[in-house]
Design a protein around this ligand. Structure first.
Ligand code: ZN
Length: 361
């Protein structure tokens, strides 16, 4: 090669943290292009590409679909368009409408509906209390995403019910109080079961796992524990691309610190559990009412929830809720984001959008 000729080498990986540093040295790969989860604009552009492959009617609003799908990556969006097309075909429709897209989003988030699965009446009631517990805690706390839907129709692998919260927009940073609120919401299900049945069930396993994970990261990665201070203790390197991909390293801290971390994580969970239980205790009538109605209709949307809330105007002891009047906000309705599942088995769940990794914070 002469000096005016060049060879361009392009490489891609989804595990950049495992690359040999020699590869990353200047002069090797001069440009690093990070392909992150798409934001609203990105999702819209991706949807437009996939939407050319199917026939849609006038009701479909791709912008709205992009708004409703924060956290979705390209593959999720392709899957969503595919699901919507399949649903339309199954319903003998010539064109795909918005309805199929909305159902498609739910399928991608929570899995397939299993309306044929038989569930014991008493189990169903427990699931209803559990899901209403999540929803009521979310509604009662500031800093939470509005509840979009509660369902006790089983979906996916092991989910017996789920509560969908819809984030208002793409979030890049999450504050401590928001994380605490998320843990509160996750524990709302088990707190409701505790309160009504005086004992919990195996269904809360996934909730506990996710709550504990958030609490641990607050202590070890985000410096959010007063006791342990502003120190990054985590010895786990998270891939910025794969949510659950981690590669362990040597312990960067002493056994003593490890024990303190465990205690601090437990304290956060205990405090949140206490708070969730208190909220539900304060609004027990409302919980009972919601559960009764959920058992009747099985799927409850935000308008239905609001009706119940309005009928139960509460006193000043209740914290300001984040439940928004749909008519005021920009008419975007449907779902997405965290589905809290009452799982019988472990299920691949959407976790908190990983706070922007490394130097982003
Ligand atoms: Zn749950």
């Amino acid at each position: 090669f002469s000096s005016d000729q060049s060879v361009i080498v392009i490489g891609a990986t989804n595990r950049p943290e495992t690359l040999d540093p020699a590869l990353m040295r200047p002069g090797r790969f001069d440009r690093n292009v990070l392909v992150d989860r798409p934001d609203f604009k990105g999702r819209l552009a991706i949807l437009k590409v996939h939407a050319t492959k199917i026939k849609m009617d006038d009701t479909v609003n791709l912008e709205r679909i992009a708004k409703l799908s924060p956290g979705f990556v390209g593959a999720d969006l392709a899957n969503l368009v595919n699901e919507a097309a399949l649903l339309a075909a199954r319903n003998d429709k010539k064109r795909v409408s918005m309805h199929e897209f909305e159902e498609g989003i739910e399928r991608v988030v929570a899995g397939l509906e299993k309306s044929t699965r038989l569930i014991h009446e008493d189990e169903k009631q427990r699931v209803a209390y559990h899901e209403c517990g999540h929803a009521l805690v979310a509604i009662s706390l500031p800093n939470t995403d509005p509840v979009h839907k509660i369902s006790i129709i089983p979906r996916g692998l092991g989910a017996l019910g789920y509560t969908l919260q819809r984030p208002e927009d793409d979030r890049m940073l999450i504050t401590r109080s928001e994380l605490i609120s998320r843990i509160n919401v996750l524990l709302g299900g088990i707190a409701a079961e505790d309160m009504i049945y005086q004992e919990s069930s195996t269904g809360a396993q996934n909730d506990l796992q996710r709550a504990t994970d958030i609490a641990r990261r607050m202590v070890t990665e985000f410096g959010m524990s007063a006791k342990l201070g502003r120190v990054h203790y985590s010895d786990v390197q998270r891939s910025p691309f794969l949510m659950n991909a981690t590669s362990g390293g040597d312990h960067a801290h002493s056994e003593q610190t490890a024990r303190e971390i465990d205690l601090e994580v437990k304290k956060i969970i205990d405090d949140c559990m206490h708070e969730a239980a208190e909220i539900l205790q304060d609004r027990k009538d409302l919980l009972e009412q919601m559960t009764r109605e959920l058992l009747e209709v099985e799927v409850m949307d935000d308008k239905h929830i609001k009706r119940i809330l309005d009928a139960h105007k509460t006193g000043p002891s209740v914290m300001p809720g984040t439940f928004k009047d749909e008519s005021e906000s920009s008419n975007v309705s449907p779902p997405v984001s965290s589905s809290e599942d009452l799982t019988a088995e472990d299920q691949a769940s959407r976790e908190i959008p990983p706070p922007p990794s490394a130097d982003g914070m």
